[in-house]
Design a protein around this ligand. Sequence first.
Ligand code: T4K
Length: 360
Amino acid sequence: MGLNVSRPWLPDWNELGNKLQETWDTGWLTHNGPLVREFEERLAQLWGVGNVIVVANGTLAIQLALRALGASGNVITSPFTWKATATAIVWENLKPVFADISSDNLCLDPEKVEELINEETGCILPINVYGNPPNFKEFSRISDKYGIPVVYDAAHAACTKIEGKSCLSFGDISATSFHATKLIHTAEGGACITENADLADRLRALRFFGFGESDIEPAQGTNAKMTEIHAAIGLCVLDNLQEIMSIRKEICEIYENCLGNSELVKFGNFSSKEFSNNHIYFPIIFNDEEKLEECVELLNQRDIYPRRYFHPSVNMIEGFIQANCPVSESFSKRVLCLPLSPLMSPEDAHRVVSSISHIL
Ligand code: T4K
C-alpha cells in the first residue's frame, strides 16, 4: 500500500457508535451539544488552558481570533506556512505583511517583525511551524511595548509544551486545527484557545451568528459551529491519544536514528530540554532543491508520497507577492515532510529510510 505523508487514525465503528448513541436518540446534531461541550472541557484539561472554543476548521479559528480582537489594518505574519494563514487574514479584510523567519526554528523572526511595525499594524500572527515554539518571550515583549495583540497560528501545536506549559496558552489567542492530518483530529475542525474570559465570550458569539453573552454586534457573527459527529471523532481520538502519540514518537525515532548522521539532510523539528514536541510532522531539510526533487521522484516510484510543506513560500504566491523573505524562500525550496501517521509500522519507516539513504 502507498505511504502518504499522513493518514488519520480512526476509531472502530463500535467505539464511535457508543459515543454517538445519545446523539442518535435525541436527534441533537449540532449547536453546542453535549459532545462538543465534553470535547472542549477535555481539551482544556489536557492542555491546562482556560478556554477552548471549538469551531468548524482551523482557517475559521484564525478568522474568528482576528475578529474577536477587532484587528484592523495590517497583520504581520510569516510566509513559511500553509496559505490558509494568509487567506484567513484576507477574508477578515486585513492585509498580510510578511516578515522573514528565523533559521533556528523556522518560525517568524521577532527582530524582522519589529522592523515592520508602524501605525497600520493591527496584529502579529506567528506560526508554530511543525509544532516548533515561536519566540514567545520576544513576541510578548513586542506586544506589550507597542500595544499590538498577538494571535498564534498553532494549527500544528496540539500537545506541545514549553517549560511545562502548553504552547497554546501564549498570546491573546491561539488558533489550532483538527484537520484529518493533525495529531488530534475531528475530520475537519479547529479551536481558539484563550486565557481571557471576555475574548472567550466573543469567540463563542462569533461562531454562532453573533448571539450570546458578549459585546459582539449581532451583524458580526458567522456560523463556525462544530457538529456532534465531528466532536465524537475527536473524543475517540482523545481516548486513544497516548497510543497515537507513542506510535508517532517511535516512527520519528527511527527516522532520527537512521538519518541523523547524514551530512546531506538536517531535521526541521526543534528540540530542547525545555520543549516537548508532538511528533506531528517529520520535516527534513536538504542542502539544495535538486536533491530534494530527486528524492521525491525516487520515493514516488516506490509508492511513498512525502509532501513539500511549505512550498512555495507564501510571499511568492500570486496575489500575496510583496515582500523579500530570503530565509523562508530558501527553506521552502529545501524542506520535505516524510510520511508520519499512527497507522505506520516500524517496517514502513524503515522502507522510507532505506529509499532515502539510497539517494543520500
Ligand atoms: N495554519 C497552518 C499552519 C496549517 O498547516 C493549516 C492547515 C491551517 C492553518 C488551516 O487549518 P484547517 O483549516 O485545514 O483546519 C493539508 C491540510 O488540508 C491542512 O489542514 C494542513 N494545514 C496542510 C498543511 O495540509 P493537503 O492538501 O496537503 O493535504 P491532503 O488533504 O492532501 O492530505 C494529505 C495526505 O493525507 C493525503 O495524501 C492522504 C492523507 N489523507 C488526507 C485526508 C484529508 C487521508 O488519508 N485521509 C484524509 O481524509 O493539506
